[in-house]
Ligand binder design. Structure first.
Ligand code: ADP
Length: 166
């Protein structure tokens, strides 16, 4: 049976840590969906859903990774059922992720409307402490982003910071 995996997140913006998980998951499963949680009006995301999709699409093409990108609304378990997802992929960085990820997984398991398993991939050493919020902090202070995000994301972040200052 073909295995469909889903890697969900906010990806505001996508970092090299996320891309590492995407690349490794695409190699493991027959079909990979990158699920972007739709921005709610309440959250203060830097990037729109369209911008997030665009940035990830450019990276997939450049790196030749086979995956689909979908923005979704509502409960994750509904999306899992709708897309016939077999495996939910999450990334684990430091120990601090563990508690949140366990809560995330167990809650979704409790709400589950279809059968799926969660798989945790450990972050690669160089991205262990990398997060979207850290990257945004660096961008706001004109730090070097090269180690943390690909060039297309770096350019967009610099542009965003400029707009924020106007
Ligand atoms: P959230 O869902 O809290 O908004 P993100 O969108 O940043 O989090 O991340 C989605 C998933 O990617 C989570 O499972 C998170 O633990 C994982 N992740 C984030 N950054 C990294 C990284 N540097 N290395 C590995 N996994 C990561």
């Amino acid at each position: 049976m073909k295995k469909t995996a889903l890697y969900p997140g906010s990806f505001d913006p996508v970092t090299k840590g996320h891309i590492d998980i995407i690349r490794r998951s695409a190699a493991l499963f027959d079909r990979l969906i990158i699920g972007i949680f739709k921005n709610s009006s309440k959250n203060r995301a830097w990037f729109s859903d369209e911008e997030k999709c665009q940035m990830i699409q450019e990276i997939l093409e450049k790196e030749n990774i086979k995956a689909e990108i979908k923005v979704f609304n509502g409960l994750l378990v509904d999306f899992i059922k709708e897309e016939k997802v077999n495996i939910l992929v999450r990334g684990l960085r430091a120990l601090s992720d563990y508690e949140y990820e366990l809560q995330f997984t167990l809650t979704n398991k409790t709400l589950a409307k279809s059968d799926f398993e969660t798989i945790f991939l450990s972050a690669s050493r160089e991205y262990l402490y990398l997060s979207s919020s850290l990257v945004k902090e660096i961008a706001q202070n004109q730090g070097d982003l090269k180690m943390f995000v690909p060039k297309n994301v770096e350019e967009r972040m610099i542009e965003k910071v400029k707009q924020m200052r106007i």
